[in-house]
Design a binder for this molecule. Structure first.
Ligand SMILES: NC(=O)c1ccc[n+]([C@@H]2O[C@H](COP(=O)([O-])OP(=O)(O)OC[C@H]3O[C@@H](n4cnc5c(N)ncnc54)[C@H](OP(=O)(O)O)[C@@H]3O)[C@@H](O)[C@H]2O)c1
Length: 354
């Protein structure tokens, strides 16, 4: 098997850039992109991203668009193509029939374990896995759901200039938070925050309004009820409640209730995340207050944190008067990987060690 060339890696970078804004739209399928490229002059013949809802897959759409021009071309795909009949025909067979000569794959899919590559090779199509880090990052939620039975968990929260989690986030945070929400398969908040803010968690940024994902409320010992906007309101978006097996709930039939094991009226957090993974959730955004953030970090269930530090006093009371939040992140072993300024605020991204 030959190695990926610098041109291959550039095309894979382009495929990842194409797919990334579509994260959160492909249900339990990977949000992959495929490019059909003519290797003689390095021109793009066709490109596609897996369709909304996860079908058809990117490879099938790109090859359909390329038609006869696919013959002799290279197919770039961010993740290993499927080789078995699921809800769609196997992409590997479509590739073989198209006349594609070479397939360059960003990252392996643990579901397929190289089977598709063998099928391609035995049909005379050269197939290589480039072990392309941006492709692995693009698909980290999908891969983690399969390998750990839980979604990739990102916490998003706002702290004051003196590093306390503020009571209610201000307007400046709304736009970056909407971007994160749109690229997630679900947003989770605790019942105390749902009660305190009565948020409906919908995306309001123009152009992204239709991207509100599944909204999930984590119910605790004090329960939740239909007076909350998220539960009894009519927003046109889906809501689910995660509750301990025996907890009493008041919710209309439009709200899905996921019952999991727990203690003292509170769901076990690992069981809660497994229940979401079973529903196909790959990337989960949690918007926690201090208690829920601490509980998830304590249970070692946090992969990324997006922390907005206000440049000035936000006006809200501190929800975490006792401790500085970045000290909590340090203690949990997370480290900062980037920081950018948004107006007067600073957005810092943290991640867990590999
Ligand atoms: N600055 C920000 O970005 C931001 C974001 C969100 C919230 N907030 C603020 O934070 C404050 C609330 O923070 P919080 O942490 O107390 O509330 P939270 O984020 O809502 O989390 C605690 C809630 O989750 C429930 N829960 C269920 N299972 C749990 C478990 N296994 N472990 C821990 N909690 C579990 C608790 O139930 P029981 O206690 O009933 O058992 C409680 O209702 C509010 O003032 C809110 O406005 C700020």
């Amino acid at each position: 098997m030959s190695a990926a060339t610098p041109e291959d890696l550039r095309w894979l970078d382009a495929a990842v850039r194409l797919a990334t804004p579509h994260l959160g739209t492909t249900a339990d399928n990977p949000t992959s992109a495929a490019l059909v490229v003519d290797p003689r002059d390095q021109t793009l013949v066709a490109r596609a991203v897996t369709a909304r809802g996860g079908r058809p897959h990117a490879e099938a759409i790109a090859l359909e668009a390329a038609g006869f021009e696919a013959a002799g071309c290279t197919l770039y795909t961010t993740i290993e193509p499927c080789h078995h009949w699921g809800r769609t025909p196997p992409c590997v067979d479509t590739i073989i029939r198209s006349g594609i000569m070479r397939v360059v794959i960003g990252t392996s899919d643990i579901r397929h374990a190289g089977e598709g590559l063998l099928r391609l090779e035995s049909a005379g199509v050269e197939a290589i896995v480039a072990n392309h880090a941006p492709s692995a990052k693009l698909h980290s939620g999908y891969l983690q759901r399969l390998s750990k039975s839980r979604p990739l968990v990102t916490l998003a929260l706002t702290v004051s200039a003196d590093d306390r989690i503020v009571d209610v986030a201000t307007g400046a945070a709304a736009s970056w938070l909407d971007q994160l929400r749109a690229r997630s398969d679900a947003i989770l908040i605790g019942a105390a925050t749902a009660r305190r803010t009565n948020t409906d968690l919908t995306i309001r940024t123009p152009g992204l309004e239709t991207r509100t994902p599944l909204r999930v409320v984590l119910a605790g010992a004090s329960g939740v009820d239909r007076r909350l906007n998220l539960i009894g309101g009519f927003s046109g978006y889906r809501t689910a409640i995660i509750a301990e097996s025996d907890a009493a709930l008041d919710a209309p039939a439009s709200v899905e209730v996921l019952r999991v094991a727990g203690k003292s009226g509170r769901p076990d957090l690992t069981a809660a995340l497994t229940a979401l993974a079973e529903k196909g959730i790959q990337n989960l955004l949690v918007e926690p207050g201090p208690r829920l953030a601490a509980a998830l970090l304590e249970a070692d269930l946090v992969d990324h944190v997006a922390l907005l530090t206000a440049g000035e006093a936000t006006g809200g009371a501190a929800a975490s008067p006792d401790g500085k939040f970045t000290a909590v992140l340090d203690a949990a072993g997370l480290y900062a990987i980037s920081a950018e300024t948004i107006q007067r605020d600073t957005l810092t991204l943290y991640r867990r060690p590999a």
